[in-house]
Design a protein around this ligand. Sequence first.
Ligand SMILES: [Zn+2]
Length: 473
Amino acid sequence: MIFRLCCLFAGLTAVAAPAAETAAERFAAIRREASPAELYALLWALPKGGDLHNHLGGAGWPEVWWAIATDPQRNGGQVFYARTRFANAGTSGLNWRGRNLDHMLGVTIRGSSYDKLPAGVKAEFKALRDFTAEEKAAWMSGVVLDQPGEGRDEFFEFTWARLNELILDAHTVPELLVENMKRFGAEGLRYLEFQAPAFGMQDQNGKVLPPEEMAKRYEARLAQPDAVATGVTVRFLSTVLRFAPIAEAEIGRTYAFLDAHRDRWVGINMAGREDNDKGFPRRFLETYRAMRRQYPGIGISIHAGEVDEPNAHVRDTLLLGATRIGHGVNLITDPDTMLLMRANRFLVEINLVSNQLLEYTPDVTVHPFPEYLRFGIPVCLNTDDRGMWHSNMTDEYYTAVRTFALTWDETVSLGRASLEYAFLPAPVKAKLLAEYEAAVAAFAAKMLGADWRKTLETVKAEPSPYAKRTWKM
Ligand SMILES: [Zn+2]
């Protein structure tokens, strides 16, 4: 009603500039009245700030991986192979983090690894470029959670293992980086803070490269015109696998690497399934304290509370020095830590699609995100491993806005928080924030007018396969 009176007033007095609350009211009206496709288009066009929780190795849609793996121009002239059948011809010797892969179809390897296989085993593999349409479809489905019943175990134990040498490859991963800059840029993101692999990456002969060499390769790819043209600012975190027996030593070498590459590498993260309690946060307390004695100013964002049972992992992770918590799903079960984080300097990196597909909140309508947001705990939206969900950032916004009736101010606050909590030097952050506010104002002026429905027709939104299968976009 207030909105209608405003319009009437504006019409009578020919005042063109909309009142401040007009954008909020129009957004609420669109949220109520728009079709799913219209709301998706609106949120596709919305400026979205940054993505702070994004594993580069998990950010490749199957078709993107396929394109890179089968294009010698983009993968350093390599041919990639995958296992298509079993003939009981012997063992391949292939493993993923020490686990034998001889029971799994779809495991992908590079040509130099294929050349070393025993002759009989070779016959169980086929070059991707020679796959039939059916084999290609099976391979693509194998690296995404697209089937009923595929959830946490499929993701942690099989999906990554199938991609195998594709995500350890020093040619393919920088290519995937730039592909993501283009795709995220198209849906209104201006900052990406990737958890990018630096350690253990391999050249085309399977030789492990020093992290310095890998850092150079990322820089070389980022300097190419197509990467620069995206206008997207990129920084990296280096992530340690938390339950590894040598995780403490890995934190040490990671800090040394970060300290030597501060322009691009801005922080450390720790990941790995938390229901494997060998990686419990308190284990690392002395290690992080030792690091702080040595190194100033390294950002710390750590996965915590990505479990569906109560524990003190979020609180203990803050004690490690983290200022950002990845997921924080079970923070809702820890009232003292919720109070500690309220209106404080700590942010929770929310991943709605991930938490749903990995069964941490199978019913997204009871996700704690809106409680954190409205209780006053800083939050932003992130895509986590969007390649394996076949999703994008618009899917996160669409889920949030539609499920929890977000207001305009709440929606805009998410992108703002993603930049405020970025591990960036103050001048870069200030510039990105100013650009974000200007882009949001321009969006409101253009998209939240009385003719919003007509304006939305001009938006060329690209619903993700996740959106298509989930909401029939
Ligand atoms: Zn994650």
